[in-house]
Design a protein around this ligand. Sequence first.
Ligand code: PLP
Length: 441
Amino acid sequence: MSIPAQPSNQYVHDLDREHVFHSWSTQGALNPLVIAGGSGCTLWDYDGKQYLDFSSQLVNTNIGHQHPAVVAAIKAQADTLVTVAPATANLMRGEAAKRILARAPAGFSKVFFTNAGADANENAMRMARIYTGRDKILSAYRSYHGSTGAAIVATGDPRRVPNEFARGHVHFFNPYLYRTEFHASNEEEECERALAHLRRVIECEGPGATAAILLETIPGTAGILVPPKGYLPGVRKLADEYGILLIFDEVMAGFGRTGSWLALDHFDAVPDLICFAKGVNSGYVPAGGVMISKPICDYFDNHFFPGGLTYSGHPLAMAAIVATLDAMSEEGMVDNARRIGQELLGPGLERLAERHRLIGEVRGIGLFWALEFVSDARLRTPLAGPLVAQMKAAFAARGLLTFTVENRLHVVPPCIVNAAQVEEALAILDEVIGEFSARHA
Ligand code: PLP
């Protein structure tokens, strides 16, 4: 079987539709975009059509596409040792863990590597259950923790998929002032009432039965819900009061996305376990993991940990982590994300909200922003999902890739984005949202 030397968009599209089964989709309804290559914040197809990538491919490529130093590091590692079992000691694995821990809060001493974000959460929950000898995991209704056995049960509505074998999962409401569950009228009230609600859930479920609270530091897929300042410190206090472990899922928000190394840097709260993936090497080679605090590391010094994956700490992924984190530091990408987010992207999106009644709320931090579309601004009625999907297609037709979920547009460019690219994206958003507002607001 030969591969065409110069494939066309049509050839790649048809090949995909004939043979590839896609995730989170109804297969018959798919019309996937064809992507042939990329560089920095740009992707292109086989006809030469270019796209400005403000989706970072599922909020993943924080360093942009085809970073030369990272591609070179992967090639160099491939020339030396492509794969080796997790039980061996490997140079790049140690260097990667050292660099990850250098970005963690004080008190974190080791890294357990996984293949992705979902299995990072699976293993963190397992560690918490073994360490505490308790069963229950509390997680938020507004959350996404991955699509594997227990991670998808820990995930909140509407993505949760039942799994009768993943038991002991309990959900609670996290803060979301725009659609408050607590009849709150400001952030302080929302924070206070969300913490009182969590305390009730812990008490009703039995503190002695609860192993961990699993929370995205800033829930991403559920709407980029930056919590009130006091919320995570309040959860930490509750966890300490009841002897419950705290796990932060930083899979989407970690490694530069929010304008700091980890999203937890914005809050005065340190968890016991931190799950990561995506931004740690921008997904150049699949990798994830769990940062483990010292008391838990000490415990497993003389207790067996039953868990591991053949590809854990894969040398190609580890070389990509080392080169990614070095490039992010050397090129000031985290500062760029903070500065561009604060000075250009955030204010630019706020200006769009002033101009277009379809935008009910703008929220975010760093390069992690969501616009919530509403058909009635006063009642905050969510705009119908199919209309938002049509808007996404209209952005793409004008050369802008975005990430949409339900009635929301997530604006999440790579951390290397520059002012001109932000202006270009804002102009496309303005034009398309304007057209839809004229028809639907
Ligand atoms: N946790 C969070 C916060 C995520 O956003 C995701 C994916 O988007 C996951 C976990 C799952 O990661 P993966 O798809 O790499 O398994």
